[in-house]
Design a protein around this ligand. Structure first.
Ligand code: TXA
Ligand code: MG
Length: 343
């Protein structure tokens, strides 16, 4: 059966979210937009409903989900205690693209936490997302909308084929605002550990006078059996079917020359920054944008588009690893399965 489609690209009354909210209450799945990426939502406190999310995505059962909330009352129902640093982060960044890991209360089912005693929580800034949660009256567990291992969904057109029929409703609000998933953090001994980088950056948190530690595995490789702060680190991610090679140098000339060299005699697609695109004399090239904000918005949809050329290889320009660039590089390194040439 096809999913019911709600077009929220045009201005509509939020009242129309009451129907999909009712579906969530009844234990069904709803594909909905947030400011970061689209999510597949279910009642976070209903085990059978959450199980359907794992099935729809083909997701490993030990990879926990984020519970999305619309009010601080909901937070209190889910967690034991909110520490001082967490309180400051909440004041500054919620609603917004920051997920915080807390010690969970008993009522949070193990299925959403992958058996951990912690739960990841975020209050999205997207009004559609918040209204949907508010009308459903329950926290909404939602992973990114994509089959596990594939690039996250930032446009409904990209994901409709893989998810149509697996959810009760699809709410389409067009292209999302940010394009990479939320920053995931956990506070340990007054230090904020970044488990997944996103739009809220290390620098943003440091500016508050808080110490920040970026987990090594964010830019490195996960080795079988290694201890991880976030189970998501263990799994293959964001990868098109075509092999991807990521190239970066602080010296832009060197990067462009290396990509030109790698493309010689091959059927390639190049993902290039707007500033460099004219310099590649190849048939297939895609413009990622000029700023980190544009690149972050476009990256997942372009990885999917690049895959359609059936090229030998997708060659991707890297960006600096600071600010939002760290989130972009984290996704690109994983999309290219660590085929990363840094010169
Ligand atoms: O922007 C986002 O966060 C999107 C939208 C839909 O809100 N959601 C999202 O969910 O990206 P997902 O499931 O694709 O990624 C959740 C990440 C995973 O890497 C998971 O391992 C980590 O959060 N995570 C969830 N619960 C955790 C926990 N208790 N401790 C550590 N990491 C956790
Ligand atoms: Mg995901």
């Amino acid at each position: 059966m096809k999913s019911k489609y709600i077009d929220f690209k045009q201005k509509r009354s939020y009242e129309e979210l009451k129907e999909p909210a009712e579906a969530i209450k009844q234990g069904k799945l709803v594909l909905f937009p947030t400011e970061t990426v689209y999510g597949i939502g279910a009642d976070a406190l209903n085990e059978a409903a959450v199980k359907k999310i794992y099935e729809a995505k083909g997701r490993a059962s030990d990879n926990p989900l984020i519970a999305h909330i619309s009010s601080l009352e909901m937070l209190k129902r889910l967690v034991e205690n909110v520490g001082e640093i967490e309180k400051r982060l909440i004041d500054k960044f919620w609603p917004g693209p920051l997920t915080i890991v807390f010690k969970k209360r008993e009522i949070v089912p193990n299925i959403i936490t992958g058996g951990l005693d912690t739960v990841a929580i975020r209050m999205p800034s997207s009004i559609i997302a918040r209204k949907l949660i508010e009308y459903s009256g329950c926290p909404v567990a939602a992973p990114s909308a994509n089959i596990s291992g594939k690039p996250s969904g930032t446009l409904i057109e990209d994901i409709v084929d893989e998810l149509d029929g697996k959810v009760e409703y699809i709410i389409d609000s067009g292209k999302v605002e940010i394009g990479v998933e939320s920053t995931v953090v956990r506070v340990v001994d007054n230090v904020v550990h970044i488990l997944r980088p996103g739009k809220i950056t290390k620098e943003d948190i440091e500016k508050m006078g808080i110490e920040v530690y970026v987990e090594k595995q964010i830019l490195g490789e996960y080795k079988e059996g290694e201890k991880v702060m976030s189970p998501g680190i263990k799994y293959k991610h964001y990868a098109p079917n075509t092999k991807c090679v990521l190239v970066y140098s602080e010296d832009n000339e060197k990067m462009v020359e290396e990509i030109k060299r790698l493309s010689e005699g091959k059927n390639v697609v190049i993902l290039s920054k707007g500033q460099n695109i004219e310099r590649y004399d190849v048939q297939n090239k895609l413009n990622m944008g000029k700023t980190l904000e544009e690149i972050s918005q476009n990256i997942f949809t372009l990885l999917r588009k690049a895959d359609k050329y059936n090229a030998d290889v997708i060659l991707i320009e890297g960006v600096e690893k600071e600010g939002l660039g760290l989130a972009i590089m984290n996704r690109l390194i994983r999309a290219s399965a660590h085929e990363f040439i840094e010169i």
